[in-house]
Design a protein around this ligand. Sequence first.
Ligand code: PXL
Length: 279
Amino acid sequence: MKKVVSIQDISCFGKCSLTVALPIISAMGIETAVIPTAVLSTHTGKGFENYTFRDLTGDIPAIAAHWKSMDLRFDGIYTGYLGSIEQVGIVSDFFDGFRSENNFIVVDPVLGDGGQLYAGFTTEFVAEMRKLCAKADYIIPNMTEVAFLLDLPYTEEYDEAYVHDVLRKLSELGCRTPVLTGVCYDKEHQGAVAYDSVTGEYYSSFGENVDKHFHGTGDIFSSVFTGAAALGKPLQRCLDIAVGYTLDCIEATIPHFEETWYGSCFELCIENLIKYVKE
Ligand code: PXL
């Protein structure tokens, strides 16, 4: 069986980070180990306030040392939301200890959305995340995260040439294949565009655009992308599965949006994901 380790927080309520990565990657038939980097009562996104936050950074080196003593190996290492500068450094050490010729690293540089950083993040934190991106094979930012990573103004008006240009610049941070999510060239379509900096090729996948914000879709996309890459699917297929399933989740959430405004109802279409993986 393929094995992936996901390193990110567990937001106890709110359908994101580990409560998304663990069920989704497992459903793809992949053994999913976790390193919870923090425990929060909810996520920190819009609508939640006064959440608790217990930092688990200090536990990570001991977990890594125990796993090393057992000679554990992973086909993929996938990080998402990280809570502090120190934590990003410790995750970077984990990469050094567990990366090999035979595995890959995915960094979802969770920083913000809608042109704004999430609560608690600073420009110093962005600088540290930029360094982590340099160690990844794949990074999966949205447009907001691109603006912060590349120190560019945030814009919702762009064309294909602009997207290709920022993807090239992201690869210059040191990562082979940046994947940009939430790309809209027109009001009808939304999708993802990737750049393989070794071959110089661009890949993209688009679906219908639903013009509303759904929390947690970035984590759904990155989890599916990571799972598909661990299964050895080609880059185009990884994009198609991740875009397709994320859109399924958005459509499944619409009838429940009043009640489930804080996350996306990925649970209601997990059978689609299992089908896509087998196609
Ligand atoms: O969905 C990304 C995410 C993960 N973890 C925490 C968050 C967020 C986004 O708001 O707050 C704690």
